[in-house]
Design a protein around this ligand. Structure first.
Ligand SMILES: *Cc1c(COP(=O)(O)O)cnc(C)c1O
Length: 426
Protein backbone atom coordinates (compact mmCIF):
# COMPACT_ATOMS: atom_id res chain seq x y z
CA UNK A 1 0.00 0.00 0.00
CA UNK A 2 1.35 3.44 -0.87
CA UNK A 3 1.65 6.11 1.81
CA UNK A 4 -1.21 8.05 0.13
CA UNK A 5 -3.43 4.96 0.30
CA UNK A 6 -2.68 4.24 3.94
CA UNK A 7 -3.19 7.89 4.92
CA UNK A 8 -6.51 7.92 3.06
CA UNK A 9 -7.64 4.68 4.73
CA UNK A 10 -6.74 6.12 8.13
CA UNK A 11 -8.45 9.48 7.44
CA UNK A 12 -11.70 7.77 6.47
CA UNK A 13 -11.99 6.27 9.95
CA UNK A 14 -12.48 9.66 11.59
CA UNK A 15 -13.29 12.18 8.81
CA UNK A 16 -16.38 11.76 6.57
CA UNK A 17 -15.00 10.39 3.29
CA UNK A 18 -11.51 11.12 4.59
CA UNK A 19 -11.69 14.76 3.50
CA UNK A 20 -12.77 18.15 4.81
CA UNK A 21 -14.28 19.28 1.50
CA UNK A 22 -15.90 16.73 -0.82
CA UNK A 23 -14.11 17.30 -4.16
CA UNK A 24 -10.79 16.41 -2.51
CA UNK A 25 -11.92 12.77 -2.22
CA UNK A 26 -11.38 12.13 -5.98
CA UNK A 27 -14.87 10.57 -6.20
CA UNK A 28 -15.48 12.09 -9.66
CA UNK A 29 -12.27 10.74 -11.18
CA UNK A 30 -11.72 7.67 -9.01
CA UNK A 31 -8.47 6.64 -7.34
CA UNK A 32 -6.71 7.80 -4.21
CA UNK A 33 -6.36 11.46 -3.32
CA UNK A 34 -2.80 12.66 -2.96
CA UNK A 35 -1.92 13.74 0.57
CA UNK A 36 0.18 16.85 0.17
CA UNK A 37 3.23 17.30 2.31
CA UNK A 38 4.59 20.57 1.01
CA UNK A 39 4.50 23.03 -1.84
CA UNK A 40 6.92 25.49 -3.36
CA UNK A 41 6.27 27.80 -6.29
CA UNK A 42 4.41 25.89 -9.03
CA UNK A 43 4.98 22.49 -7.39
CA UNK A 44 3.57 20.25 -4.71
CA UNK A 45 4.91 17.00 -3.21
CA UNK A 46 2.77 14.14 -1.94
CA UNK A 47 3.24 11.68 0.91
CA UNK A 48 4.94 9.20 -1.41
CA UNK A 49 7.52 11.81 -2.33
CA UNK A 50 6.14 12.38 -5.84
CA UNK A 51 6.38 15.85 -7.34
CA UNK A 52 3.60 17.53 -9.34
CA UNK A 53 3.14 20.72 -11.31
CA UNK A 54 0.05 22.13 -9.62
CA UNK A 55 -2.80 23.74 -11.58
CA UNK A 56 -5.25 23.79 -8.68
CA UNK A 57 -3.46 26.30 -6.48
CA UNK A 58 -5.65 25.47 -3.48
CA UNK A 59 -8.66 26.11 -5.78
CA UNK A 60 -7.61 29.63 -6.69
CA UNK A 61 -6.02 31.50 -3.79
CA UNK A 62 -2.37 30.83 -4.67
CA UNK A 63 -1.89 33.34 -7.49
CA UNK A 64 1.74 33.71 -6.39
CA UNK A 65 2.32 29.97 -6.12
CA UNK A 66 3.04 27.93 -3.02
CA UNK A 67 4.91 29.24 0.02
CA UNK A 68 5.74 32.61 -1.50
CA UNK A 69 8.66 33.91 0.53
CA UNK A 70 7.21 37.33 1.30
CA UNK A 71 3.76 36.00 2.16
CA UNK A 72 5.19 33.37 4.51
CA UNK A 73 7.45 35.98 6.14
CA UNK A 74 4.46 38.29 6.70
CA UNK A 75 2.49 35.49 8.35
CA UNK A 76 5.43 34.51 10.57
CA UNK A 77 5.89 38.10 11.66
CA UNK A 78 2.18 38.52 12.42
CA UNK A 79 2.11 35.22 14.34
CA UNK A 80 4.89 36.47 16.59
CA UNK A 81 2.70 39.38 17.64
CA UNK A 82 -0.30 37.21 18.58
CA UNK A 83 -2.79 35.06 16.73
CA UNK A 84 -6.09 36.82 17.37
CA UNK A 85 -7.45 39.61 19.53
CA UNK A 86 -11.15 39.99 18.79
CA UNK A 87 -10.46 43.72 18.73
CA UNK A 88 -9.67 45.98 15.78
CA UNK A 89 -6.14 46.06 14.35
CA UNK A 90 -4.57 48.57 11.95
CA UNK A 91 -3.78 46.03 9.18
CA UNK A 92 -7.54 45.36 8.82
CA UNK A 93 -8.02 49.02 7.91
CA UNK A 94 -5.04 48.80 5.56
CA UNK A 95 -6.69 45.82 3.87
CA UNK A 96 -10.03 47.63 3.63
CA UNK A 97 -8.33 50.73 2.18
CA UNK A 98 -6.51 48.65 -0.40
CA UNK A 99 -9.70 46.84 -1.44
CA UNK A 100 -11.64 50.10 -1.65
CA UNK A 101 -8.90 51.63 -3.79
CA UNK A 102 -8.78 48.68 -6.19
CA UNK A 103 -12.27 47.18 -6.45
CA UNK A 104 -14.70 49.36 -8.45
CA UNK A 105 -17.70 50.58 -6.49
CA UNK A 106 -16.37 49.37 -3.15
CA UNK A 107 -17.09 52.13 -0.62
CA UNK A 108 -17.36 50.08 2.57
CA UNK A 109 -16.10 46.55 3.07
CA UNK A 110 -16.39 43.98 5.86
CA UNK A 111 -13.88 41.15 6.35
CA UNK A 112 -15.04 37.60 7.09
CA UNK A 113 -13.31 34.22 7.12
CA UNK A 114 -14.51 32.45 3.94
CA UNK A 115 -16.19 32.95 0.61
CA UNK A 116 -19.29 31.21 1.91
CA UNK A 117 -19.55 33.68 4.76
CA UNK A 118 -19.14 36.56 2.34
CA UNK A 119 -21.96 35.48 0.00
CA UNK A 120 -24.27 34.40 2.82
CA UNK A 121 -23.84 37.81 4.47
CA UNK A 122 -24.26 39.68 1.19
CA UNK A 123 -27.58 37.90 0.61
CA UNK A 124 -28.87 38.74 4.06
CA UNK A 125 -27.81 42.33 3.52
CA UNK A 126 -29.52 42.53 0.11
CA UNK A 127 -32.72 41.18 1.65
CA UNK A 128 -32.43 43.47 4.64
CA UNK A 129 -31.77 46.51 2.48
CA UNK A 130 -34.63 45.87 0.02
CA UNK A 131 -37.16 44.28 2.37
CA UNK A 132 -37.67 41.59 -0.30
CA UNK A 133 -37.22 37.82 0.00
CA UNK A 134 -36.64 36.40 -3.45
CA UNK A 135 -33.13 35.88 -4.78
CA UNK A 136 -31.93 34.89 -8.24
CA UNK A 137 -28.96 32.67 -9.07
CA UNK A 138 -27.79 30.79 -12.15
CA UNK A 139 -27.60 27.03 -12.61
CA UNK A 140 -24.04 25.79 -12.26
CA UNK A 141 -22.78 28.87 -10.43
CA UNK A 142 -21.45 28.09 -6.96
CA UNK A 143 -21.53 30.66 -4.21
CA UNK A 144 -20.51 28.61 -1.20
CA UNK A 145 -22.70 26.31 0.84
CA UNK A 146 -25.30 28.55 2.51
CA UNK A 147 -28.80 27.01 2.40
CA UNK A 148 -30.48 29.46 0.03
CA UNK A 149 -27.69 28.98 -2.53
CA UNK A 150 -27.72 25.17 -2.56
CA UNK A 151 -30.63 25.25 -4.96
CA UNK A 152 -31.07 23.96 -8.50
CA UNK A 153 -33.61 24.72 -11.18
CA UNK A 154 -36.99 23.05 -10.99
CA UNK A 155 -38.47 21.42 -14.08
CA UNK A 156 -39.81 23.81 -16.69
CA UNK A 157 -38.99 27.46 -17.18
CA UNK A 158 -39.67 29.96 -14.42
CA UNK A 159 -40.35 27.46 -11.69
CA UNK A 160 -38.91 28.15 -8.28
CA UNK A 161 -35.84 26.30 -7.10
CA UNK A 162 -35.43 22.85 -5.57
CA UNK A 163 -32.85 21.99 -2.91
CA UNK A 164 -29.62 20.60 -4.37
CA UNK A 165 -28.62 19.24 -0.97
CA UNK A 166 -30.48 17.23 1.63
CA UNK A 167 -31.11 19.39 4.66
CA UNK A 168 -32.09 22.47 2.66
CA UNK A 169 -35.81 22.94 3.17
CA UNK A 170 -38.19 23.33 0.23
CA UNK A 171 -39.36 26.58 1.86
CA UNK A 172 -35.84 28.00 1.67
CA UNK A 173 -35.30 26.76 -1.89
CA UNK A 174 -38.61 28.24 -3.00
CA UNK A 175 -37.24 31.73 -2.34
CA UNK A 176 -34.46 31.14 -4.87
CA UNK A 177 -35.14 31.50 -8.56
CA UNK A 178 -32.62 29.58 -10.68
CA UNK A 179 -31.98 30.76 -14.25
CA UNK A 180 -29.70 29.61 -17.06
CA UNK A 181 -26.30 31.31 -17.26
CA UNK A 182 -25.87 33.37 -20.42
CA UNK A 183 -29.60 33.16 -21.22
CA UNK A 184 -30.83 36.72 -21.73
CA UNK A 185 -34.36 35.68 -22.73
CA UNK A 186 -34.76 33.72 -19.49
CA UNK A 187 -33.52 36.70 -17.53
CA UNK A 188 -35.99 39.02 -19.26
CA UNK A 189 -38.86 36.61 -18.58
CA UNK A 190 -37.94 36.25 -14.90
CA UNK A 191 -37.85 40.00 -14.35
CA UNK A 192 -41.08 40.41 -16.26
CA UNK A 193 -42.73 37.90 -13.93
CA UNK A 194 -41.07 38.58 -10.56
CA UNK A 195 -39.16 41.86 -11.02
CA UNK A 196 -40.43 43.87 -8.11
CA UNK A 197 -40.11 41.06 -5.58
CA UNK A 198 -36.47 40.25 -6.35
CA UNK A 199 -34.06 41.28 -3.59
CA UNK A 200 -30.92 40.46 -5.51
CA UNK A 201 -29.18 38.60 -8.29
CA UNK A 202 -25.97 36.82 -7.41
CA UNK A 203 -23.72 35.81 -10.28
CA UNK A 204 -20.19 34.62 -10.96
CA UNK A 205 -19.14 37.15 -13.63
CA UNK A 206 -16.97 34.39 -15.09
CA UNK A 207 -18.47 31.05 -14.09
CA UNK A 208 -15.66 28.99 -12.61
CA UNK A 209 -17.48 26.27 -10.75
CA UNK A 210 -18.96 24.44 -13.75
CA UNK A 211 -15.61 24.19 -15.45
CA UNK A 212 -15.14 27.70 -16.95
CA UNK A 213 -17.85 29.58 -18.81
CA UNK A 214 -17.24 33.12 -19.95
CA UNK A 215 -20.15 35.56 -19.96
CA UNK A 216 -21.58 36.17 -23.43
CA UNK A 217 -21.25 39.79 -24.56
CA UNK A 218 -24.16 41.73 -23.07
CA UNK A 219 -25.20 39.14 -20.49
CA UNK A 220 -23.78 40.93 -17.45
CA UNK A 221 -24.91 44.30 -18.82
CA UNK A 222 -28.46 42.97 -19.12
CA UNK A 223 -28.42 41.78 -15.51
CA UNK A 224 -27.25 45.25 -14.49
CA UNK A 225 -30.09 46.93 -16.44
CA UNK A 226 -32.79 44.75 -14.88
CA UNK A 227 -31.43 45.24 -11.36
CA UNK A 228 -31.30 49.00 -11.82
CA UNK A 229 -34.80 49.18 -13.26
CA UNK A 230 -36.38 46.99 -10.58
CA UNK A 231 -34.39 48.11 -7.54
CA UNK A 232 -32.78 44.70 -7.06
CA UNK A 233 -29.25 44.49 -5.65
CA UNK A 234 -26.65 43.15 -8.08
CA UNK A 235 -24.07 40.97 -6.32
CA UNK A 236 -20.97 39.99 -8.26
CA UNK A 237 -19.52 36.94 -6.57
CA UNK A 238 -15.85 37.60 -7.25
CA UNK A 239 -14.60 35.10 -4.68
CA UNK A 240 -12.84 33.33 -7.55
CA UNK A 241 -12.43 36.10 -10.15
CA UNK A 242 -11.33 38.82 -7.70
CA UNK A 243 -7.60 39.52 -8.30
CA UNK A 244 -7.61 36.48 -10.63
CA UNK A 245 -8.82 38.13 -13.84
CA UNK A 246 -7.18 41.48 -13.07
CA UNK A 247 -6.36 43.91 -10.29
CA UNK A 248 -9.89 45.30 -10.49
CA UNK A 249 -11.61 42.01 -11.13
CA UNK A 250 -14.38 41.11 -13.54
CA UNK A 251 -16.19 44.42 -13.00
CA UNK A 252 -13.36 46.19 -14.79
CA UNK A 253 -12.82 43.42 -17.34
CA UNK A 254 -16.45 43.51 -18.52
CA UNK A 255 -17.27 47.13 -17.72
CA UNK A 256 -20.18 46.37 -15.40
CA UNK A 257 -20.42 47.69 -11.86
CA UNK A 258 -22.20 45.66 -9.21
CA UNK A 259 -23.86 47.00 -6.07
CA UNK A 260 -22.16 44.48 -3.81
CA UNK A 261 -19.06 42.38 -4.42
CA UNK A 262 -17.99 39.27 -2.54
CA UNK A 263 -14.33 38.34 -2.30
CA UNK A 264 -12.31 35.44 -0.91
CA UNK A 265 -9.59 33.08 -2.11
CA UNK A 266 -6.76 35.37 -3.37
CA UNK A 267 -7.41 38.15 -0.84
CA UNK A 268 -6.32 35.74 1.90
CA UNK A 269 -3.25 34.54 0.01
CA UNK A 270 -3.93 30.98 1.17
CA UNK A 271 -5.25 31.88 4.63
CA UNK A 272 -8.99 31.92 5.52
CA UNK A 273 -10.22 35.37 4.54
CA UNK A 274 -13.30 36.65 2.73
CA UNK A 275 -14.93 40.03 2.29
CA UNK A 276 -18.12 41.64 1.11
CA UNK A 277 -18.61 45.27 0.29
CA UNK A 278 -20.03 47.82 -2.07
CA UNK A 279 -22.33 50.80 -2.09
CA UNK A 280 -22.19 52.90 1.07
CA UNK A 281 -26.00 53.18 1.35
CA UNK A 282 -26.36 49.39 1.30
CA UNK A 283 -23.33 48.57 3.46
CA UNK A 284 -24.58 51.16 5.95
CA UNK A 285 -27.36 48.71 6.83
CA UNK A 286 -24.85 46.29 8.42
CA UNK A 287 -24.52 46.13 12.22
CA UNK A 288 -23.41 48.17 14.12
CA UNK A 289 -24.45 50.91 11.65
CA UNK A 290 -27.76 49.31 10.74
CA UNK A 291 -30.23 46.51 11.47
CA UNK A 292 -28.68 43.64 9.43
CA UNK A 293 -26.72 41.42 11.81
CA UNK A 294 -23.35 39.96 10.84
CA UNK A 295 -20.37 39.07 13.03
CA UNK A 296 -17.34 36.77 13.46
CA UNK A 297 -14.98 35.83 16.30
CA UNK A 298 -12.04 35.45 13.93
CA UNK A 299 -13.14 37.98 11.28
CA UNK A 300 -10.19 40.03 10.03
CA UNK A 301 -7.79 37.56 11.66
CA UNK A 302 -4.29 39.10 11.87
CA UNK A 303 -2.53 36.18 10.17
CA UNK A 304 -5.03 36.01 7.32
CA UNK A 305 -4.88 39.77 6.82
CA UNK A 306 -1.06 39.68 6.83
CA UNK A 307 -1.02 36.95 4.17
CA UNK A 308 -3.61 38.81 2.12
CA UNK A 309 -1.84 42.16 2.27
CA UNK A 310 1.52 40.63 1.35
CA UNK A 311 -0.17 38.92 -1.62
CA UNK A 312 -2.11 41.93 -2.87
CA UNK A 313 0.99 44.14 -2.73
CA UNK A 314 2.78 41.89 -5.21
CA UNK A 315 -0.16 41.90 -7.64
CA UNK A 316 0.32 45.60 -8.28
CA UNK A 317 3.69 44.97 -9.94
CA UNK A 318 3.55 46.31 -13.53
CA UNK A 319 2.70 43.62 -16.08
CA UNK A 320 1.68 41.06 -13.45
CA UNK A 321 -1.65 40.18 -15.09
CA UNK A 322 -0.32 40.38 -18.65
CA UNK A 323 2.22 37.73 -17.75
CA UNK A 324 -0.34 35.59 -15.89
CA UNK A 325 -2.70 35.76 -18.90
CA UNK A 326 0.13 34.83 -21.26
CA UNK A 327 0.97 31.78 -19.12
CA UNK A 328 -2.63 30.52 -19.20
CA UNK A 329 -3.01 31.28 -22.92
CA UNK A 330 0.21 29.42 -23.82
CA UNK A 331 -0.96 26.44 -21.77
CA UNK A 332 -4.39 26.34 -23.44
CA UNK A 333 -2.99 26.75 -26.97
CA UNK A 334 -0.44 24.02 -26.37
CA UNK A 335 -3.02 21.58 -25.00
CA UNK A 336 -5.40 22.23 -27.89
CA UNK A 337 -2.76 21.61 -30.56
CA UNK A 338 -1.54 18.44 -28.79
CA UNK A 339 -5.13 17.10 -28.79
CA UNK A 340 -5.76 18.12 -32.42
CA UNK A 341 -2.71 16.13 -33.52
CA UNK A 342 -4.32 13.03 -32.03
CA UNK A 343 -7.78 13.77 -33.40
CA UNK A 344 -9.29 14.15 -29.91
CA UNK A 345 -12.35 16.37 -29.52
CA UNK A 346 -10.91 18.86 -27.07
CA UNK A 347 -10.95 22.61 -26.51
CA UNK A 348 -9.63 25.03 -23.92
CA UNK A 349 -9.89 28.69 -23.07
CA UNK A 350 -8.56 31.07 -20.48
CA UNK A 351 -9.69 34.28 -18.87
CA UNK A 352 -6.49 35.93 -17.60
CA UNK A 353 -5.30 33.62 -14.78
CA UNK A 354 -8.03 30.96 -14.94
CA UNK A 355 -8.71 28.34 -17.58
CA UNK A 356 -11.16 25.66 -18.68
CA UNK A 357 -10.42 22.32 -20.37
CA UNK A 358 -13.25 20.65 -22.30
CA UNK A 359 -13.54 17.27 -23.98
CA UNK A 360 -15.71 18.85 -26.65
CA UNK A 361 -14.82 20.48 -29.98
CA UNK A 362 -15.56 24.05 -28.87
CA UNK A 363 -15.73 25.70 -25.44
CA UNK A 364 -19.23 25.57 -23.93
CA UNK A 365 -21.19 28.72 -23.17
CA UNK A 366 -24.09 27.19 -21.25
CA UNK A 367 -24.53 24.77 -18.37
CA UNK A 368 -26.20 22.27 -20.72
CA UNK A 369 -23.17 22.40 -23.03
CA UNK A 370 -20.79 21.80 -20.13
CA UNK A 371 -22.82 18.73 -19.27
CA UNK A 372 -22.29 17.44 -22.83
CA UNK A 373 -18.51 17.27 -22.38
CA UNK A 374 -17.01 13.77 -22.42
CA UNK A 375 -16.51 13.12 -18.73
CA UNK A 376 -14.94 9.66 -19.20
CA UNK A 377 -12.32 11.19 -21.51
CA UNK A 378 -11.57 13.83 -18.89
CA UNK A 379 -11.14 11.21 -16.19
CA UNK A 380 -8.68 9.23 -18.31
CA UNK A 381 -6.79 12.43 -19.15
CA UNK A 382 -6.71 13.45 -15.49
CA UNK A 383 -5.07 10.18 -14.42
CA UNK A 384 -2.72 10.14 -17.41
CA UNK A 385 -1.54 13.63 -16.42
CA UNK A 386 -1.27 12.75 -12.73
CA UNK A 387 0.97 9.79 -13.63
CA UNK A 388 3.13 12.24 -15.59
CA UNK A 389 3.45 14.65 -12.67
CA UNK A 390 0.72 17.19 -13.50
CA UNK A 391 -1.92 17.86 -10.86
CA UNK A 392 -5.20 19.07 -12.41
CA UNK A 393 -8.49 19.61 -10.58
CA UNK A 394 -9.96 16.14 -9.89
CA UNK A 395 -13.24 16.86 -11.68
CA UNK A 396 -14.36 17.78 -15.19
CA UNK A 397 -16.45 20.59 -13.71
CA UNK A 398 -13.78 22.79 -12.19
CA UNK A 399 -11.73 25.66 -13.55
CA UNK A 400 -7.94 25.48 -13.48
CA UNK A 401 -5.49 28.13 -12.27
CA UNK A 402 -2.01 29.27 -13.14
CA UNK A 403 0.23 31.32 -10.85
CA UNK A 404 3.06 33.76 -11.24
CA UNK A 405 5.34 30.90 -10.19
CA UNK A 406 4.54 28.87 -13.32
CA UNK A 407 7.53 29.33 -15.63
CA UNK A 408 7.69 28.93 -19.39
CA UNK A 409 9.55 25.66 -18.76
CA UNK A 410 6.70 24.48 -16.47
CA UNK A 411 4.14 25.15 -19.20
CA UNK A 412 6.29 23.44 -21.85
CA UNK A 413 6.65 20.40 -19.54
CA UNK A 414 2.88 20.34 -19.00
CA UNK A 415 2.20 20.44 -22.74
CA UNK A 416 4.73 17.64 -23.30
CA UNK A 417 2.98 15.59 -20.59
CA UNK A 418 -0.39 16.28 -22.26
CA UNK A 419 1.00 15.22 -25.62
CA UNK A 420 1.93 11.86 -24.11
CA UNK A 421 -1.33 11.66 -22.16
CA UNK A 422 -3.46 12.30 -25.26
CA UNK A 423 -1.32 9.73 -27.08
CA UNK A 424 -2.15 7.14 -24.44
CA UNK A 425 -5.86 7.86 -24.93
CA UNK A 426 -6.20 7.76 -28.71
C1 LIG B 1 -14.91 29.20 -3.72
C2 LIG B 1 -16.09 30.01 -3.99
C3 LIG B 1 -17.00 30.35 -2.98
C4 LIG B 1 -16.92 29.79 -1.59
O1 LIG B 1 -15.78 30.17 -0.92
P1 LIG B 1 -15.31 29.29 0.35
O2 LIG B 1 -14.12 30.05 0.86
O3 LIG B 1 -15.00 27.94 -0.19
O4 LIG B 1 -16.42 29.27 1.31
C5 LIG B 1 -18.02 31.23 -3.29
N1 LIG B 1 -18.15 31.72 -4.52
C6 LIG B 1 -17.31 31.41 -5.52
C7 LIG B 1 -17.51 32.01 -6.87
C8 LIG B 1 -16.27 30.53 -5.30
O5 LIG B 1 -15.47 30.19 -6.31
Amino acid sequence: MSKNESLFARAQKTIPGGVNSPVRAFRAVGGTPRFIVHGEGSRIWDADGREYLDFVGSWGPLVLGHADREVVAAVREAAGRGLSFGAPTEPETEMAERLVRLVPGLELVRLVSSGTEATMSALRLARGATGRSRIVKFEGCYHGHADSLLVKAGSGALTLGHPSSAGVTPETAAQTLVLDYNDVAGLDAAFHEWGDSIACIIVEPVAGNMNLIAPRPGFLQRIREHCTRHGAVLIFDEVMTGFRVGLRGAQQLYGVQADLVTLGKIIGGGMPLGAFGGRRDIMGKIAPLGPVYQAGTLSGNPLAVAAGLATLKKLEAPGFYERLAETARTLCDGLVSAARKRGIAFSAQSVVGMFGLYFRAVPPSTYAEVMQCNKEAFNRFFHAMLERGVYLAPSAYEAGFVSAAHSEADIAATIAAADAAFGSMS
